[in-house]
Design a protein around this ligand. Structure first.
Ligand SMILES: Cc1ncc(COP(=O)(O)O)c(C=O)c1O
Length: 365
């Protein structure tokens, strides 16, 4: 039996009627850029994540840029983020004009370690970007307390964590703004690139909207120099069709995680995902640790099970950051984990048989 890492085709086949109708409607209405489908999705998504405003944009990377640009980061400002993430988070700090300061991740949950944040704060620090990595909320109580003590803003990178909760409250509602990606493989995925920033601050929302639309919301009235970062009508309509299914898909991922947990927990060498207190994990990725990760991955792959490494090189050690001269001792958890993490197949439609196959192969290894 082969087990794919994710199966987007299966999801499409299950709701083909809804998706095809959404696409046809956009074509019928010539609503390709902005228009009613984009407005509708912004409203619906804001409602789904308990936010006051949703500003849609081209992708989750732009979302980070828009949030930071609207918070007016300046050269010399330092923004703290985690060593264990996808490069969008840190690269957009640089592109927004500030300096990236990395913190180690907590070795159990893979999310940013609050004690490392405290140690990284300088008089130039202006903000913190925690990432709810793999679908697990970062320790928002500790992070918000640090931010309040030092008068810093927080932008939550929610690209991997749609509908995750911390102490029962939706992630993305803690900071000044929260960014989402709807990359096809995400828990809520478009059929192309798409993203959004949400916030409860209406001024910030207006500024981000302006920035994303060439610096003005009224045509030819450019109040500032913005960028062109639009969610297109087709993606918006597809996302609106998928959004009502997201709670069920999330539950299916959580159920699949329980099956993996039970099956893998007793296998020597395997460390199953550790969920921190008060956190509701939505399992964008199901990532285990194993001391012989590469050999285990090779065994699974040779037997038809696709796996991924998220991510093989922690951010401070990428060539893109060689200028910072970081060494492993500064980020011991991220450094150690980059060699042992392995993401197993995870998607809402994964079957019990597919999961048993994965578990059996891990046990056999
Ligand atoms: C943690 C994180 N932040 C940001 C992004 C950027 O999103 P996008 O690919 O939509 O630009 C991603 C997704 O790739 C991500 O996983």
């Amino acid at each position: 039996m082969s087990v794919p890492f994710a199966d987007l085709q299966l999801q499409y086949q299950k709701i083909k009627g809804e998706i095809d109708a959404a696409i046809a409607a956009v074509i019928r209405d010539n609503a390709f850029i902005r228009g009613p489908y984009v407005d509708a999705f912004e409203q619906e998504f804001a409602g789904a994540v308990d936010a006051g405003h949703c500003v849609s944009c081209a992708n989750g990377t732009d979302a980070l840029y828009l949030a930071m640009a609207a918070l007016k980061v300046e050269p010399g400002d330092e923004v703290i983020t985690t060593a264990h993430s996808w490069i969008s988070t840190s690269a957009m700090i640089t592109h927004a004009g500030a300096t990236v300061v990395f913190c180690d991740a907590d070795g159990a949950t893979f999310t940013i370690d609050p004690t490392a944040i405290e140690a990284a704060i300088t008089p130039r620090t202006v903000g913190i970007i925690p990432v709810h990595l793999y679908g697990q909320p970062a320790d928002m109580a500790a992070i918000m307390a640090i931010a309040a003590r030092h008068n810093l803003w927080v932008i939550e990178d929610c690209a991997q964590a749609h509908l995750a909760r911390y102490k029962g409250r939706q992630i993305g509602t803690f900071g000044a703004a929260a960014t989402y990606s709807f990359y096809p493989g995400k828990n809520l995925g478009a059929m192309g690139d798409a993203g959004a920033v949400v916030t409860n601050d209406s001024e910030l929302a207006e500024h981000m909207t302006m920035l994303a639309r060439h610096g003005g919301v009224v045509k030819h009235q450019h109040r500032i120099e913005g960028i062109n970062s639009r969610l297109d009508g087709m993606q918006a309509a597809i996302l609106s069709a998928k959004l009502p299914h997201l709670p069920d898909w999330t539950k299916a991922r959580q159920d699949a995680a329980k099956i993996y947990d039970a099956g893998l927990n007793q296998i020597e060498g395997v460390v199953i995902p550790q969920v921190g207190a008060d956190r509701t994990h939505v399992y964008h990725l199901y990532t285990i640790k194993h001391p012989r990760r590469d050999a285990l991955a090779a065994h699974l792959n040779a037997n038809g099970v696709q796996t991924a490494i998220n991510y093989p090189t922690a951010l401070p050690f990428l060539a893109a950051y060689s200028r910072l001269g970081h060494v492993p001792e500064q980020f011991p958890n991220a450094y150690r984990d980059q060699g042992s993490i392995l993401s197993l197949p995870m998607f809402a439609e994964i079957t019990r048989e597919q999961q048993d196959e994965v578990i059996d192969l891990v046990r056999q290894f």
